[in-house]
Each structure stands twice: as structure tokens, then as C-alpha cells.
Design a protein around this ligand. Sequence first.
Ligand SMILES: [Zn+2]
Length: 248
Amino acid sequence: MNHAPNAVARLRDQRIDEGIKPIQARGWRAPRCSACRVIESHCLCAWRPSVETRSGVCLIMTNKEVFKPSNTGWLIADVVRDNHAFIWSRTEVDEQLLALLNDPQWQPYLVFPGEYVEPSRVTHSVDLDQSKRPLFILLDATWTEARKIFRKSPYFDRLPILSLLPDRLSRYRLRRSTRSEHLCTAEVAALCLELAGDSDAASALDAYFDVFSQHYLGAKGQQEVNVSTPAHAELQPFIRTSNAVLAQ
Ligand SMILES: [Zn+2]
């Protein structure tokens, strides 16, 4: 199946062209699918959903994150058609990022925990008139890196901060029976999409993230792919092409 590479895939390919090598994790000798990064036997390509979204996303990433096979920003960029990704640097800013932030069709929101920001900048909802579309800027990095990016990027200073309320986060955790205290970037993005009324994309991303986790862990544990899971069934309606067929 041929999908256009998403913005994260393009960043990765650029880095490889520049001679930057991915870190080779131990125990991962099997070849990976270059389109979805998963070990070929567990390729995810047939499960890439296709949904309409009003929202756009912009991922701010570190060099390391672009190459991590477990990075979930990649999944967001697979689901949201208007996806952008940039490598963060303390000393330089990409002109294309500035142009995107100034593009009048978008209302950018920087997604960040409100308790670290002056209250006047913080919002908990996405309310826009029809002339603008929400653009969610996600810091796709470790928490330590994300705080540094937040503090040292003056071009983000004028943006409203979208902070997800704790009760929303805990309801989300309950619904998905997520055990970990911190949501990964894909889960945060799904919540943002839901807030913006892009509920199909939110459901597709949640299911896609679960399917990815199962394929990823299955490959790691050298288990056969099992496509008869509830997550695959949830994802199925969002697949346009008939390549993904549930096991009989
Ligand atoms: Zn693949």
C-alpha cells in the first residue's frame, strides 16, 4: 500500500540523508518497514486510518525522538492529514514553523500543563469561529525536554496554552483503562481532537495507537500478529482501502 510519508517520516528521511544515523536498539535485528517503522512481519501499513479532520497538528520534536521506533507522534501524523513536524533547536528557528504560526487559517494552541504557565494564557477548551481551524502544537519529547522547549522558544510566548483538565484526563484513563500516569503524545492528541469536535479522528487515533502498541510489543516478544483484537475491530471502520481484513 502506498501512503504519502507523513511529516515525521520526512524529517527522519532528511536526517538519514544528512548522514545522521538512527540509534540501534539492542535486540532489534529484524528488518523494519520503512513506511511504518514496525518490524516487517508486524507491519502496520494496512491499518493506517483515513479520516477527515478540521484540526491540524504540529509536532516539535528532538532529534532522538524522530528515530525512536516507539515514538507516537508518528501515529498522529498518520491520522491527521494537515500534519507538520519540526526538530527543535535552542539556537535556531525554522522559518517554516514561524510561517505556519502566522498563517491566518490556523489558530495555534500550544498544548502544555497549565500549572506551569501564567493563568491568563491558559484555556481548557477549543472555541473558534468558522474562519479558523485549530492547530495543536505538541511538544513530542520527554517531559524534561518539553519544559526546556517551552521555556526557550520565545516564538511560542504569544500563543494560548491548551491545558487538559485533570477530570478529563482521568475520565480518559478510565475509559481506556490506561495504567500509566502520563499519557503519551498520541493520547494527548486524541484528547485535543475530541475537544475540537474531531471525534472520528480522536477515536481512530486511539484505536490506531492501541493497534500499534500490540504490533510493536508483538514484534518485540516475537509473537505472531493477532488482528482479531478489539482494537483492530475498533480501527476497521476507519480504514478506507480493503487491505486490512480482520481474521476470520
Ligand atoms: Zn509498514
